[in-house]
Design a protein around this ligand. Structure first.
Ligand SMILES: C[S@@+](CC[C@H](N)C(=O)[O-])C[C@H]1O[C@@H](n2cnc3c(N)ncnc32)[C@H](O)[C@@H]1O
Length: 215
């Protein structure tokens, strides 16, 4: 994954944003020591962005698709008031075991519920409305996740979708692989969707910020 801005600019932005919590830092470092693809963690800059977004919409209920080692879920939990909840889903028992270890250490960990099943199954069973939905899992299903998120997001809530620039590969035509093609398709769909307002931000690997239009 290539950041979309110069590394020194990224570092400056990170240094001038909120610091990650001590538990998030240890979880991120442990992920880098023990996991094969540690770059999947959103990291401190995007983590700070996610927290500010959750606080901006006054989130009480958050749905996350793609837990991995639980870094972004913990960022969200830290930004929620008492009684708030994060439902996060993944299919990988190994990475989510590490997640649970660090959540158990955090005073905010009890706000997180893990659903260990394919995300489409979890999305079919959750109900009610979510103040924030974060999509950060398998790219092949991004369009399906986005379409279900439109049904689940509160009118005052937001949908965030990660990796929508895919290291810049979205510029390539024809797309070099199926993941790039899936993200290009999602980006076109979001752009054409009349029920939302959306901006594609160049934070890290690209984040779509999407808000339902109030009718
Ligand atoms: C980029 S990582 C998530 C990173 C996490 N949001 C963070 O920043 O800490 C993507 C995760 O999606 C999970 N995943 C892949 N396919 C999935 C599926 N069909 N349903 C649920 N999770 C899936 C992977 O196991 C992986 O842990």
């Amino acid at each position: 994954m290539k950041p979309m801005v110069l590394p020194e600019v990224e570092a400056y932005a990170e240094a001038h944003s909120n610091n990650e919590s001590d538990i998030c830092r240890r979880l991120r470092e442990d992920t880098h020591r023990t996991m094969e693809c540690p770059q999947m963690v959103v990291g401190p800059l995007e983590g700070a962005f996610l927290k500010v977004m959750a606080m901006s919409v006054g989130a009480k209920r958050i749905l996350e698709i793609g837990t991995f080692t639980g870094y972004s879920a913990l960022c969200f939990a830290e930004s929620l008031p008492d009684g708030g909840e994060v439902i996060t889903c993944d299919i990988d028992p190994e990475s989510t075991t590490l997640a649970k270890k660090y959540w158990a250490e955090s005073p905010h960990g009890s706000k997180i519920q893990l659903r260990l099943a394919p995300a489409l199954e979890t999305l079919a069973t959750v109900d009610g409305q979510f103040d924030l939905i974060f999509i950060d899992a398998d790219k092949a299903n991004y369009v399906n996740y986005f379409q279900r998120a439109l049904e689940l997001v509160a009118p005052t809530g937001v949908i965030l979708i990660d990796n929508v620039l895919w290291s810049g590969d979205v510029l390539k035509s024809p797309p070099p692989d199926s993941n790039t093609e899936a993200i290009q398709k999602l980006n076109r769909l979001v752009h054409a969707e009349p029920r939302i307002s959306a901006v594609l931000l160049t934070i890290r690997d690209g984040v779509f910020l999407i808000k339902p239009r109030l009718s």
